[in-house]
Write a protein that binds this ligand. Structure first.
Ligand code: PXP
Length: 244
């Protein structure tokens, strides 16, 4: 069964709106795990706009499933990851102006640089995933860089304006998952997934885990975190032919 790694950055975004202590993404992570998620994702950004160093340190001690640290491939972040030792690091591109991670990491254009970073993390026993667009060039570069996993960027699928466009994007994801496995990469996916569009992606046989944040936290504000997670786990099971 495909796993669900929940991104709790959005809880920290609400806290940072007042620069206060509530709501606490660490408390949220405990509830997320109790509700049946397979992991917790946090993105420690260079500008610390939501998740803080204190959060990752506490999460490292508390998370019992899996801590997936999303980060840019910078010296500062590598140092933090090596000290923290999360089970998984997902390397993502990062730009200050963006609202959220926009495109995938350009591994194809920076294979040596990314490869060096992957090696340093893997040597310390950290599983490394690269967040990439579902493209053949990026997949083969990810394999050359020595990554364990790729996380296929599902943003274009999630933003497709109609059913036909969505099917085109779904086909790209399915083909990329097949190509990735042929290259001995393990496959995760995420970005922009919600209760309506998650089924077909969860049904791709190669996909091991989905990383979902915004839609779950948005629903949790109205119905509570436990119910929001249970409903997402149910939506993932429903293989919804067509999504919308
Ligand atoms: N995967 C990665 C690499 C991301 O950067 C994000 C957004 O932080 C997500 C998944 C989750 O995206 P969303 O919040 O749209 O579910």
């Amino acid at each position: 069964m495909v796993g669900l790694c929940v991104n709790v950055d959005h809880i920290a975004t609400i806290r940072q709106a007042r620069r206060g202590q509530e709501p606490d993404p660490v408390q949220a992570a405990v509830l997320v795990e109790l509700a049946g998620a397979s992991g917790i994702t946090v993105h420690l950004r260079e500008d610390r706009r939501h998740i803080q160093d204190r959060d990752v340190e506490l999460l490292r001690r508390l998370v019992k499933t899996k801590l997936n640290l999303e980060m840019a491939a910078t010296e500062e972040m590598i140092r933090i990851a090596l000290a923290l030792k999360p089970e998984m690091v997902t390397l993502v591109p990062e730009r200050r102006e963006e609202l959220t991670t926009e495109g995938g990491l350009d591994v194809h254009g920076h294979v040596d640089e990314v490869g060096r970073c992957v090696r340093r993390l893997r040597e310390d026993g950290i599983v490394v995933s690269l967040f990439i667009d579902p493209e053949r060039d990026q997949l083969s570069a990810a394999a050359r860089a020595g990554a364990d996993f790729v996380e296929l960027h599902t943003g274009s699928y999630a933003e497709a304006r109609d059913y036909k466009a969505q099917q085109v994007e779904l086909t790209r994801l399915i083909q990329s998952a097949t190509v990735g496995r042929e290259l001995s990469l393990r496959i995760n996916a995420g970005h922009g997934l919600d209760y309506r569009n998650v089924g077909p992606v969860a049904a791709i046989p190669e996909v091991e885990e989905l990383s979902i944040g915004h839609s779950i936290i948005a629903r949790a504000v109205l119905v509570g975190l436990e119910r929001a997670i249970h409903e997402m786990l149910a939506a993932m099971e429903k293989d919804g032919a067509g999504g919308r």
